[in-house]
Design a protein around this ligand. Sequence first.
Ligand code: PRP
Ligand code: HPA
Length: 187
Amino acid sequence: MTESLTLEQLNTVMQEADLLKSEQDVEQALQRLADDITARLADRMPVVYSIMNGGLVMAGRLLTKLPFALEQGYMHATRYRGETQGQAELQWQAPPSIPMTGRTVLILDDIFDEGNTLAEVVKACEQQGAEEVLTAVLVNKVHNRKNTDLKIDFVGMDVEDRYVFGCGMDYRGYWRNAPGIYAVKGL
Ligand SMILES: O=P(O)(O)OC[C@H]1O[C@H](OP(=O)(O)OP(=O)(O)O)[C@H](O)[C@@H]1O
Ligand code: HPA
C-alpha cells in the first residue's frame, strides 16, 4: 500500500482536478438510467445489488428513482484496494447478501474500467443460480484495454481514459463523496 495522504494533499488533488461531469450531468444520467431500467425490469421483481464500496453512491441516488417492486442487497468485491492500478485478483470482502436462485439480478456499480470486477461478479451470480443477470454502471471508461467481452446493459455516461473520482469513485480511498466526476491532474 502506498503512503497515506495528508489533508493538504487531498485538498490539492481536488483543487487541481478537472471537472468532467457536473452534479447536474450526473443527475440527468441517473434519470435516463432509471427510465431505461424501469422499462426493462418493472415487472421482474428483481434483486438489485450494489457492489461496495464504489457502487454505494450510484445505488443510493438511483434506487429512489425506480418506481417498482425490487429487493436491494449488496456485495463487496474489490480489485484496486485504495490504489490507482487494479490487481489481477478480485478479493471478496462480503458475498451477496440475498439468495438469487431463479431471480432476475441487476448489478449496480460506479465504473466499468478494465472490466474484471463486473465480469467476475456476473459469473458469480450465474454460478449462484440467477436466472438473468443485468448490469448498470454510472460511467464507462473509454479505452481499448477491456479484459472482458461483457456488454454492460445500462451505461450512464462515457468518460475519457483518466483516473476519475467522485460519485462513489475514490482517489486513494478519498473523495467518493464529491457530487460530480473529476479527473486527477496528471493521471
Ligand atoms: O472494471 P475494473 O477495472 O475491474 O474496475 C472497476 C471496479 O473498481 C472499483 O472498485 P475497487 O476495486 O476500487 O473497490 P472499491 O469499490 O472499494 O473502490 C470500482 O468500484 C469497480 O468496482
Ligand atoms: O478511474 C477510476 N477511479 C476510481 N476507481 C476506479 N476503479 C477503476 N477505475 C477507477
